[in-house]
Design a protein around this ligand. Structure first.
Ligand code: SAM
Length: 460
């Protein structure tokens, strides 16, 4: 047992579920029809599936669940890297301390500049990213940055939700993040396999497996309700990682009454000073897709986040199988959004989908998805178990659907070209016909009119 991740139990379950039968797969899938919680063993059965027919069944069920719970909405965001100072030596990361380049953190004016560029792209929700450095990038720098971002009101709008992805820290620091009104606190475990974890993080604070693993406990003790987990796939057996994610989630549910708000599914990408051939578990596309679909079935109410590390084609496919949030127009360098930025900047890792945000939005609409710029839940106090209760009863639909349509309309008016405006109007009109009650439809129609008349930031 390593903390609450029972390594021996995971290996035992994987051993016992090796032979997958049609009956075993169907028995697990049948549980998903009445939203029964899947056991570790159930999840393992799905993870062990190899036959194309079994995998097709998993995809089909995952797509159905995705559509039943989330409809056709996809939440949009972009990362904002504010500091690449880092005292860690994560073997896979371009920001590792052993990489020699001129480090920087953004000044207040530079943060405002980045925020204005993000705002011009139409973003309302960002993921704030920074390396770990208690001297050059302490918690006060992070909370000051959050304040600056919220206060930067550009020509048309402002950033309305900031999720934060910074290193594991103390309860006191999490209290400060909470007081800064962050959305979700995001931290990837990278790998749950302890010996691999330690090899990947040599001689640095992040190498303390248990301290990293228990970060969400401290975050929740510090008052943060929404936490976002992730594994950086490529380091250990993916089946181990998914079962460990389930154990982590259960630990939080048992201890704090609520599990992960989101799960991110990054795959290791090329980066400065990183040799991908060092990693034994690089995932092929098919296995990756299977993981996303299984997560959708295992934790149906937890958002799944996919970044621009993945290609346009993979992203387009995975939104059908379970992904609920996409980044767009991303840059993974500090100060990277600033137009014509020159100099010695190092990207944390390479991205694959480099389409401008507006092209991602048009692509989603063409494929029948509503890109949503909604940031309402945490502003309305729908966080933690309050959010989960609304999600589980399906009530959340009544706010998500209107918010998605209204924020898309706002995006189209403020940032769309003629093509997007026409597309968005026609698409929203068609989506209105799917709204279940007249009351909700009327609320949306009124909101759309108000937006056309110049009102902004309308949300339920
Ligand atoms: N410094 C914080 C920490 O230590 O958790 C988090 C910020 S870091 C900017 C965000 C994430 O980027 C890491 O948790 C890691 O999973 C991911 N990352 C690092 N190198 C990567 C690579 N080469 N390819 C893909 N993702 C990578």
């Amino acid at each position: 047992m390593e903390g609450f991740i029972d390594h021996a139990l995971i290996y035992q379950i994987l051993e016992e579920t090796k032979a997958v039968t049609d009956e075993a797969i169907e028995a697990v899938l049948s549980k998903t029809f009445n939203r029964e919680t899947l056991s570790y063993r159930d999840v393992a059965v799905l993870l062990q599936a190899k036959k194309p027919a079994h995998i097709e069944r998993i995809y089909k069920r995952a797509s159905e669940i995705k559509s039943e719970i989330y409809g056709n909405r996809v939440v949009m965001f972009a990362p904002l890297y504010v500091s690449n100072f880092c005292i860690n030596n994560c073997s896979y990361c371009g920001y590792k301390r052993n990489n020699q380049f001129t480090r920087k953190k953004l000044t207040k004016a530079e943060i405002q500049e980045e925020v204005r560029i993000l705002e011009k792209m139409g973003h309302k929700r960002i993921a704030l990213e920074a390396g770990e450095d208690p001297v050059n990038c302490d918690i006060d720098y992070i909370t000051d940055t959050i304040k600056t971002i919220y206060e930067t009101v550009s020509e048309k709008s402002n950033i309305r939700r900031i999720n934060v992805n910074i290193a594991a820290t103390t309860v006191e620091n999490y209290q400060k993040l909470k007081a800064s009104e962050i959305g979700t606190y995001i931290l990837f475990q990278e790998t749950y396999e302890k010996s691999n974890y330690e090899k990947l993080h040599p001689h640095c604070p992040k190498g303390d497996y248990l301290y990293h693993l228990t970060a969400f406990d401290r975050a929740m003790q510090g008052g943060i309700d929404d936490v976002g987990a992730g594994v950086l796939f490529g380091f250990s057996d993916h089946r181990f990682e998914v079962l460990a994610l389930m154990m982590h989630n259960k630990h939080l549910e048992d201890t704090f009454g609520v599990g992960f708000h989101t799960i991110s599914v990054p795959r290791i990408k090329p980066a400065e000073g990183v040799d991908l051939s060092d990693y034994a578990h690089i995932l092929d596309d098919e296995t990756f897709k299977k993981i996303v679909a299984i997560l959708r079935l295992a934790v149906p109410f937890t958002g799944i986040i996919l970044s621009t590390r993945e290609s346009e084609a993979t992203r387009n496919e995975l939104i059908h199988h379970g992904v609920t949030q996409l980044s767009a127009g991303s840059c993974t360098g500090v100060g990277g959004y600033k137009a014509n930025e020159l100099g010695n900047d190092v990207q944390q890792f390479a991205i694959s989908d480099d389409r401008p945000t507006i092209d991602v939005i048009k692509g989603l609409i063409r494929d029948g998805f509503i890109p949503s710029f909604c940031t309402s839940c945490y502003r309305m106090g729908r966080t933690g178990d309050r959010f989960m209760k609304l999600a589980k009863t399906g009530e959340i639909q009544h706010v998500c659907q209107p918010n998605a349509m209204m924020t898309l309309k706002e995006y189209a008016i403020d940032y769309g070209d003629e093509e997007l405006q026409t597309m968005a109007d026609a698409f929203i009109a068609s989506q209105l016909t799917h709204v279940k009650t007249d009351k909700t439809r009327n609320i949306i129609i009124k909101g759309l009119e108000d937006l056309s008349n110049g009102k902004r930031d309308i949300f339920l």
